[in-house]
Design a protein around this ligand. Structure first.
Ligand SMILES: NC(=O)c1ccc[n+]([C@@H]2O[C@H](COP(=O)([O-])OP(=O)(O)OC[C@H]3O[C@@H](n4cnc5c(N)ncnc54)[C@H](O)[C@@H]3O)[C@@H](O)[C@H]2O)c1
Length: 260
């Protein structure tokens, strides 16, 4: 429930400077957590200031710098209880494989897939040692189905898969690992994609049963629930917060969604 103060201790939010990560930083702070905002963007400083937290400049794809940053966070704020992995980049365009530069493919895998794994590794292993912790990875509905995004979709499918493998690996250590898969969410990244003409938002009404875009705060409340002790028996799940996008996929062959 929004407004509930059910989180206490330190929460790390990667990608906390913008969009879904920023909404998570604000939601976790409102629920009582001390938030560490990790981002490559200096805008994270303002989010940290406004939420009473701390900003750490960190590139989630850079092994050595990230490992040092994880140590620095715990030294400054104490043991991390919650980890939200929201740092990510969207695939800019749906090019055919032969036209899609491997450098762009690598960038997405480096941040979205490898960065999420490194974050789980550096913070999760510390949680394992202490025997407590809760991790929520931001995946995507694009990781749950085929799309023309030949780097982003496999990278997000990997995030869902690593959520399951790490949940099984760390459950005995009382560390839970879950994922939230947002649908089309109105963040700065999405707005930039719309401005470039890379996404057609007019289709959202046709393909999603609850026919609207999602607000970042709606993703954050789901993330906060999974992180909290209210979800103490839940680990290894991937929760779509998508206005029903995934479940309407099979309807288009039969004439699409119907009006009441
Ligand atoms: N917006 C959507 O519709 C949507 C849908 C599904 C999934 N997602 C996922 O949600 C997450 C957040 O996306 P968003 O839409 O809020 O985007 P956003 O661009 O608004 O925020 C992403 C943040 O991640 C940071 N970041 C990027 N690369 C980084 C790196 N190497 N190290 C540290 N920080 C880095 C950016 O600086 C930014 O602050 C991403 O993982 C994205 O794939 C978004």
């Amino acid at each position: 429930m929004p407004g509930t103060r059910n989180l206490s201790g330190v929460a790390v939010v990667t990608g906390g400077a913008s969009g879904i990560g920023e909404a998570c930083a604000r939601e976790f702070a409102a629920r009582g957590a001390t938030v560490a905002v990790l981002d490559i963007s200096g805008a994270g400083q303002a989010v940290a200031n406004e939420t009473g937290g701390r900003f750490f400049h960190c590139d989630v794809g850079d092994d050595a710098a990230f490992e040092a940053c994880a140590a620095q966070v715990e030294q400054a704020l104490g043991p991390v209880e919650y980890l939200v992995n929201s740092a990510g980049i969207l695939q800019k365009s749906a090019m055919k494989p032969r036209d899609f530069p491997m450098a762009a493919w690598d960038d997405i895998v480096r941040v979205d897939q490898r960065g999420t794994y490194l974050s789980c590794l550096y913070f999760g292993e510390r949680m394992v040692t202490r025997g407590r912790g809760s991790i929520v990875n931001i995946a995507s509905v694009a990781g749950m189905m085929s799309t023309p995004l030949h780097s982003y979709t496999p990278a997000k499918a990997a995030v869902i898969a690593m959520t399951q493998t790490l949940a099984a690996e760390w459950g005995r250590s009382n560390v839970r690992v879950n994922a939230v898969s947002p649908g089309v969410t109105l963040t700065p990244a999405l707005k930039a994609a719309l401005a470039r003409g890379d996404r057609d938002v007019s289709t959202v009404k046709t393909v999603s049963p609850i026919n609207r875009l999602i607000e970042p705060g709606e993703i954050a409340t789901a993330v906060a629930f999974l992180a909290s002790s209210e979800a103490a028996a839940i680990t290894g799940v991937n929760l779509p917060v998508d206005c029903g996008w995934v479940v309407s996929n099979g309807w288009h062959f039969y004439g699409g969604l119907r009006e009441p």
